[in-house]
Each structure stands twice: as C-alpha cells, then as structure tokens.
Write a protein that binds this ligand. Sequence first.
Ligand SMILES: [Zn+2]
Length: 384
Amino acid sequence: MTYIKLKTYCVFWLLVSQLAFSSEFAQLKKIRYWSSDDYVRVVLYLDKETPHKLFRLKKEKVKESDRFVVDLYNTDVDVAVKDQTINKGFFKRIRFGKHDNQTLRVVLDLELFNSQSIQKFHEPYRIVLDFYKEAPAERAIREKLTEAQKMRDTLEPSPPPKKRSANMTTIVLDPGHGGRDPGTIGKNGTMEKDITLKIARKLKKLISEQLKINVVLTRNDDTYLDLEERTAIANEHNGDLFISIHLNSSPMANTTGIETFYLDLTTDRATRRLAARENLIQEKDIVDYFKLNLVKVSEANQSATFATDFHNGFVKTMDQKCETRDLGVKKALFYVLWGARMPSILTEVGFLSNKKEEKQFNNDAYLNSVCEAMTKSLKDYIKL
Ligand SMILES: [Zn+2]
C-alpha cells in the first residue's frame, strides 16, 4: 500500500467510524419543565431511545436541597440545550455534563422532595420526571391527622362539612388535540380540535361569570401540546378540577351520546383502544403504564365521584333541551389524565362521526347549550 493509498484509506476509515459513531449516539434535543411550590415536571426529549440510569443523590445534611441525576448512555447534548438557573417553585437548576466519553449526565437541583415518578414515551422519545414535595395522599392524611388533633385539643364539636366551593379557586379546562393533531374529523371536515377549543373558551367565560372561579385553559389557540404538558399546566396552576374536552367517533354513523371517563386501570380492550386513539401513544407505552400502577386509590375515588356527579348533571340538563343518549361514566387509561393532582375527567361531549351532531357542533347556539349545561353541573358539584 503506497503512502497516498494509506492516507486515503485512513481518511476513509476516519469518516466511516465517525459516521458510525455519530449515528450510534442519541442526542438530547430539548428539555421542558413546569414547576410550582410543591410540584415539578421535567421532560427530556431525545431523538431516539437510549439506555439510562436515574438516581437521587443522598440528601446533603447542611443544605436544604436534593439532586436528581439522569445518566444517559451513548448520548450527546444538542448545542441548543444549555445549563440553566431556574429558581421557579422548588426547581432550582439544571446542568449537563459529560460524565465520561459515552455518558451524558443531567443533574437537577431541587429543594428536598418526598417522592418522584418516572415515565417514558415514544414519538418523540421522551423521559418524563415528576417530583412531589409531598404526595397528595400523604398530605391529605397529615391534614386529617392535624385536624383530628386540633379537635381533641380544643374539645369543640366537629365543624359542619365544608362546601367544596370554599376550597375551589381554579378549574383547568383542556381542549383536546390541537396543531398537527386534529383529533377526529367529521364527514364534512369539522375537526375535533377546533370544536373542543370553542367549547373550552365559551365554558371559561360562563364559569368565570357565574361561578366566580378562575379558569385556566391548557391551550387557547391551535397549538400542539404533548400529553404530559396538559396535566403539568394544571398542576403548575394548582388546579382544583381538571376537565379534558373531546368529541367522539364511531364506525356506526348513527352512534350518538355523551360519555365521561376517569383514570383507572382497565383491561377492557375496547377502552384500551379508545385510550390509544385519544392519547396518540403507542400500545406498548400503555402496557408500561399498566405495570407502573401509578394511580392511587384515593385520587381515583375523587375523580370517580367528580366524573359521576359532573356527567349526570350535564346529561340531565342536555336531555331537557334535546334528546340525549347517556353512555355513562367509565374508567380508562387516558394518559392525558395521568399525574394530575386534582380530580380529573375526560368528557366526550358527542359524536363527530354522526352527521347530525357534526352539524350541531358547528352551530353556536348548540355549543352555548352544551356549555350552559356543563356550567350548571359544575355549579351543583361544587355546591355553590
Ligand atoms: Zn379527542
């Protein structure tokens, strides 16, 4: 082999090995976070799945702080992702560094936290990390214990049960779909994402006026939200109730009716398929979710009560205006409800696959009736 040939050969190999090297490596493309005083959600977006290790560094005795580490193997960081000082809620800082040639280390600086949960999703591949200062169930138990203690201390008769409205300050409305995700599409081209947004806006106005409760929308225009963004927004705003608004679809053109869901484990295949459609996540992610069993009983119970009361009131009022089929309250694994720290439901307010209903959903007066019925039901639920 001559010198020139050798040189060409070496350059060739260098190129090939670099190509192979770079194609093997995953890239951390983006991070996003939501943070309140007692809750932080951080999402790491990667261009492909990669092995990783997650661990909490031991609490530092002197400082009131925690560190959580994500080691991503065979991963590089995109130039756009930089260290950041955050200081929002109890999330202080995020840092990135090469732990060794193969490992990208992500360090989250937080105030002391009580619990965390981790979930992974595909398309795009992302790792969702939730941190809680105190798990809602633990907090509820502690508050109950404190109340019981207080009552024993003062020997006063027990106070009458509080009206729900006494504690209700914020309702979060989530217009389903948006942006590149149109949701279901009617035969005349009506897109679910447009109608859910219209309903959410009208509902916000009515609730603010009639119930004097602050309303937060997860989106107020035609933008795409990842599923974990929706409950993150609700948690960040300390929402007291969360309602995800959707329109249904059926292969049977005449199917009609209203159904409401709350989050719970279910093995019903039809419901799982519906959850996969609404969630736009892969079946294997749902199966992962089953294994994780993240839904706490007390949270599921609160959501079940809210779903039942809200649904029954809503259907009853609608039925007085026009014949409405009651499809009932069901449990399902809607990821959009996962991780919400408040009673949360998903309501399918009608069928876009039904031509008559599609026409109605394009009629402003009908949308007003839907929103008035929902507001009345909410008013009864919170006992105003
Ligand atoms: Zn939908």
